[in-house]
Design a binder for this molecule. Structure first.
Ligand SMILES: Cc1cc2nc3c(=O)[nH]c(=O)nc-3n(C[C@H](O)[C@H](O)[C@H](O)COP(=O)(O)OP(=O)(O)OC[C@H]3O[C@@H](n4cnc5c(N)ncnc54)[C@H](O)[C@@H]3O)c2cc1C
Length: 443
């Protein structure tokens, strides 16, 4: 083919793109990864400030993930893959209920759920686990549930109280989203997670260390923002601010609103996915001097999720020292994540103005902290997590099922999956496998 100088080009060096490139490399297919940023990792972003290692995007991993732990192993980072404190606080109207995901009785002792609620939740999870083992990272496994809202399905399955007190805080705190706007497909996948008794995991040097390790062995071109992808009779032309590139196959992993702007003439199935909208957040890392500690009653917890009924501007916060003791050598590192609505509202505000907005809520959970904060690091995520409205699981399934031998542009990224890293990785793996089959068996 004329002018083709790459078999495969991957747009975006987030975990979806890197997983795809890693798989292709193992198959002997060299892919070029074009990344607009100067760093790899996308939303798996870590920075170092003073003595602190700050995860600015994705906060933690899970032992129930399947692809990322394997990548960690292959990248030689197994010794860095550590468990965090597993205690979680659910915050509603200034009250913190401390629970341990693998100690179900704490749901009762914290007075979050009644004994009856717990039995009903356990029975639902039992059914999800034993009916048919479904993948926790492939959204296509959950299409059966994709015909009603998460709230309606949860109320039917686990009751009003568990839906309101537990799962709505999970959707708000983990995904900056509401049960009303989400599909039951996502709710079922989230509920199924805990049936695997997962442990919350981290990487000692920060979540971005995995992306960096993978990228070291791949061909990645940073500072290469793609502005247009055009399908021609001889292949795909890719226009970037670092020049033009040509490829036989292209995997596009940029978030949907960006991908929509750069892919020329997408087909019907692609177009429907490219309309995916995202929740936003602003992550705020607070570095404190020695002398301040979280209140003793909650000092054992790693993560705190705010119940949306509290109308809090903060959706979640973490005590990073409990994720990994070496996250900050002296003092504390606290990460906050703002709720979707407030993040969208505050996007243009200066950092100090944002802090003034959230300070009263922060002080209620962590009294006295403000006087000890000596540095605040904020990261604005307009496209934090894709919404999973009713119909998206089926749209992804339909997209995958309708690909044929003429397709050369492949979508990947977490909006073709569920809003967590392992699912983003699964989408990259899927696209890479599709391409591998076509390259190994040309018509
Ligand atoms: C604040 C926050 C907290 C989260 N917490 C967790 C968590 O605790 N656990 C978890 O598992 N997941 C978490 N997630 C979700 C997780 O980070 C994402 O699902 C996952 O990282 C998405 O990977 P991706 O490769 O699909 O997209 P991205 O990481 O967004 O990668 C896309 C890449 O494409 C690049 N790009 C964009 N436009 C262009 C262009 N025009 N040309 C070239 N390159 C381009 C971007 O720079 C980026 O590097 C969190 C996300 C956020 C924002």
């Amino acid at each position: 083919m004329a002018n083709i100088n790459n078999q495969v080009i991957i747009i975006g060096a987030g975990i979806a793109g890197l997983t795809a490139a890693w798989y292709l490399k193992k198959c002997g297919i060299q892919a070029l990864v074009l990344e607009s940023d100067q760093q790899v990792g996308g939303r798996m972003k870590t920075i170092k400030i003073d003595d602190a290692i700050i995860d600015c995007g994705a906060q933690f991993l899970s032992s129930a993930y399947t692809i990322i732990p394997q990548l960690i192993k292959e990248a030689g980072l197994s010794d860095d893959f550590l468990t965090t404190s597993e205690w979680v606080g659910i915050i509603k109207n200034n009250h913190v209920a401390l629970i341990h995901p693998n100690k179900p009785w704490t749901l009762i002792s914290s007075r979050l759920l009644s004994f009856g609620d717990l039995l009903r939740l356990g029975y639902t999870q039992f059914k999800l686990f034993y009916s048919k083992k479904k993948s926790l990272n492939d959204i296509c496994d959950w299409t059966k549930y994709d015909n009603q809202s998460a709230r309606d399905w949860l109320i039917q399955q686990v009751g009003e109280s568990t839906t309101q007190e537990l799962t709505s805080a999970i959707f708000n705190g983990f995904y900056y989203q509401s049960l009303n706007q989400s599909s039951a497909a996502m709710a079922a996948a989230v509920l199924a997670f805990s049936t695997w008794h997962p442990k919350t995991m981290t990487l000692k040097s920060g979540i971005n260390s995995l992306a960096q390790k993978l990228a070291e062995k791949l061909t990645v071109k940073p500072n290469s923002a793609v502005s247009s992808i055009i399908e021609t009779s001889s292949g795909i032309k890719i226009i970037t601010d670092a020049g033009e590139f040509y490829a036989e196959h292209v995997i596009v992993t940029a978030p949907a609103p960006i991908a929509k702007n750069i892919i020329q003439n997408p087909d019907k199935e692609m177009s429907s996915l490219l309309e995916t909208q995202y929740s936003s957040t602003i992550t705020i890392a607070l570095l404190t001097h020695e002398g301040w500690s979280p209140p003793a009653a909650v000092n054992s917890a790693y993560g705190f999720l705010f119940n949306p009924d509290s109308n809090a501007k903060i959706a979640a916060l973490t005590i990073e020292n409990n994720k990994c003791a070496s996250r900050k050598k002296s003092g504390h590192l606290i990460n906050l994540m703002l709720a979707d609505k407030e993040a969208k509202e505050f996007f243009q505000l200066a950092d100090e103005e944002i802090f003034i907005e959230i300070q009263p809520e922060l002080e209620k959970v962590f009294p006295g902290i403000s006087a000890y904060v000596y540095k605040k690091e904020m990261t604005r995520w307009r496209y934090a997590m894709p919404y999973t409205p009713i119909g998206r699981a089926k749209a992804v399934s339909n997209y995958r099922a309708t690909r044929n031998s003429s397709n050369r542009i492949w979508l990947a990224g977490d909006y073709l999956g569920l809003p967590w890293t392992d699912s983003a990785a699964e989408t990259g793996l899927w696209a890479a496998k599709e391409i591998e089959v076509r390259l190994q068996n040309p018509d």
